[in-house]
Write a protein that binds this ligand. Structure first.
Ligand code: G3I
Length: 377
């Protein structure tokens, strides 16, 4: 009887307490409800960065309307994500004359200027998003170097003249350099860049520098005030950086008007290293180039086809990475004139891995706050 009191009743108490807590323990986890902050509690990113560099964003015909609240508040510079590329502007060729359509580009440029934003013009000469017919004659044969150079000059002159005085920086030539690690290969080529060859480089094989130089000269002649950039991805990877610098050195030796380098910055949580980013900014700047970060987004996985939803922990790692790269940009802000994000909210990025600083509900992510933290104010 005594044993029953000593063992049974305390055991009952323990069981009762356990069952009460277990009820709570096994309750389904409610999704985390984050109360959105009122807009006045969120500082403007571009104002916070005043005195350092412009904060830009790539917009398109859709987001320009749906996301105008974020664009107008947080960004001081705008790039058209697609609408000013050759395949959007080039319509057809009539006789020997190019027929162009600026409707979509104009909408974005006018929107930017009406809202007091600078505009990056993207892009004049690129192997991608340029119709095949542009490179060919009426018999479907590739044009000679002389003929394509004439056509290119006509295109650049018409486009840059149309936007004269409205564009702060032009990406004149985009992605002309190869990803091959072979030091003998400088320019993109179908044999060593797989599917990503370039008809530009195919026509000019061995003398690629000619069309690149001619492109910068034509752009400068049409708008002497616009700053002219060479823009590329992997531009901080040491092997590719060396090749880009070799090309730019040659352009400068020939007095070609090139003013800056666009580092696209489609980066990963763990690539490229902080050291490579910093070295590239310093090295490009030493060549007398202005540095612009032109297409920033930071994803978790190297395979950009993968669709990934970030966990809370992943978002914190992403925030740390954004903070790391912005601390480098701040340290070298005397060399950098603008930092542009490639998209606004995660759901309108070209990459389905939530690589941006606003979520699909337009709320700032941890990365947004980390970029403000980087200022240490
Ligand atoms: O406009 C058509 C639409 O009519 C059609 O229904 C739809 C079906 O897929 O396609 C739409 O076109 C897509 C276009 O984006 C507009 O959304 C193209 O297929 C698609 O290929 C195109 O992708 C763009 C990509 O460049 C093409 O090269 C991305 O939006 C754009 O973000 C991306 O930007 C490039 C930079 O210019 C240069 N650096 C790399 C960067 C990322 O690839």
């Amino acid at each position: 009887m005594l044993l029953k009191h000593r063992v049974f009743y305390p055991l009952m108490v323990v069981l009762l307490v356990f069952s009460l807590t277990a009820c709570d323990f096994f309750k389904p986890i409610e999704p985390e409800v984050v109360e959105p902050l009122p807009p006045e509690a969120i500082p403007s990113l571009h104002k916070a960065y005043e005195g350092y560099f412009n904060i830009g964003v790539a917009v398109n015909a859709g987001t320009m309307n749906t996301h105008n609240d974020l664009i107008e508040k947080h960004f001081s510079s705008i790039t058209a994500e697609n609408e000013m590329k050759p395949d959007h502007i080039l319509r057809y060729i009539s006789g020997n004359e190019l027929v162009l359509d600026f409707t979509r580009g104009d909408r974005i440029v006018n929107y930017a200027l009406q809202n007091g934003k600078k505009v990056r013009g993207h892009v004049l000469v690129w192997h991608s998003q340029t119709p095949d017919w542009f490179f060919k004659d009426e018999n479907d044969q590739l044009l000679s170097q002389e003929k394509i150079q004439e056509r290119m000059a006509e295109y650049i002159t018409k486009v840059v003249t149309h936007y004269k005085g409205k564009i702060d920086a032009w990406d004149v030539v985009n992605e002309a350099i190869t990803d091959s690690n072979d030091p003998d290969h400088i320019y993109r080529h179908k044999d060593y860049d797989k599917k990503n060859g370039s008809l530009w480089n195919e026509i000019f094989a061995g003398s690629e520098i000619d069309y690149i130089a001619a492109a910068f000269r034509a752009a400068h002649e049409a708008d002497p005030e616009a700053k002219l950039y060479y823009n590329d991805y992997n531009a901080v990877a040491p092997e590719k950086r060396e090749k880009i610098m070799k090309m730019i050195r040659q352009l400068k030796d020939e007095d070609v008007p090139i003013h800056g380098i666009g580092i696209q910055a489609h980066w990963l949580f763990n690539w490229p290293s902080a050291g490579d980013i910093e070295d590239a900014i310093v090295e490009y700047s030493k060549m007398g180039l202005d540095v612009q970060i032109t297409e920033l987004d930071i994803r978790i996985d190297g395979d950009m086809e993968k669709k990934i939803t970030l966990s809370r922990k992943d978002k914190e790692r992403q925030a740390d990475r954004y903070k790391e790269v912005f601390e480098i940009f701040i340290k070298h802000s005397d060399k950098i004139s603008s930092v542009t994000f490639w998209g606004i909210t995660d759901d309108n990025s070209w990459i389905s891995q939530e690589p941006l600083i606003f979520d699909r509900n337009k709320n700032p992510k941890p990365a947004f706050w980390a970029i403000l933290d980087a200022l240490g104010k």
